[in-house]
Ligand binder design. Structure first.
Ligand code: HEC
Length: 147
């Protein structure tokens, strides 16, 4: 009969499994850390401009960002006008970090986050998704803002 001997060969599978789990865990953490800054504002602009087949236009982006569309809110209702300082959520009053890269080094550096918030906020403001051209215009506007 084998007793609970830590060096018993029978324990190897468990030990290997633990190692694999630990390694998997740290790889997942690394992937997460990377996802938090997997891109740059300029790369995001290039991505939407490529999808739109045309470069973003800052002035058109400014008008789009500061105007109301289908609903009560414009982008500026929550993000401020100009969005170079912290914004304030139009319904909850919660502070929102500045949207201009010149004023906020972290903004537009996570592509999943950019996609998630464009989807959510465009639905709120336009009652539809923003087109790639609209996204490119907004990013051209934000990237060109001075602090
Ligand atoms: C009802 C309030 C509200 C409105 C209106 C709004 N947003 Fe936002 N937006 C937010 C909040 C909240 C966040 C998350 C910010 C945070 O976590 O600091 C956000 C984040 C974003 C981000 C992600 C920024 C990043 O990289 O962290 C983008 C892009 C964005 N908004 C674009 C827009 C655009 C374009 C419009 C207009 C079509 C708009 N938003 C309208 C509330 C709003």
């Amino acid at each position: 009969m084998t007793t609970a001997n830590p060096s018993s060969p029978r324990r190897w599978p468990t030990t290997l499994l633990r190692c694999a789990l630990a390694l998997g865990g740290s790889l997942a953490l690394m992937a997460q850390a990377q996802a938090a800054a997997d891109t740059s504002p300029a790369q995001q602009l290039a991505r939407f401009a490529a999808e739109a087949g045309a470069p973003g236009q800052a002035e058109r982006g400014r008008v789009f960002f500061t105007s109301r569309h289908a609903g009560e809110w414009s982008c500026a209702s929550c993000h401020g006008n100009p969005p170079t300082a912290a914004g304030k959520h139009a319904s909850t009053g919660k502070p929102i970090d500045a949207m201009a890269p010149a004023a906020n080094a972290r903004v537009l550096t996570d592509s999943a986050r950019v996609d998630k918030w464009f989807r959510r906020n465009c639905k709120d403001v336009l009652q539809r998704e923003c087109s790639p051209a609209e996204k490119a215009d907004v990013l051209a506007y934000l990237i060109n803002l001075k602090p």
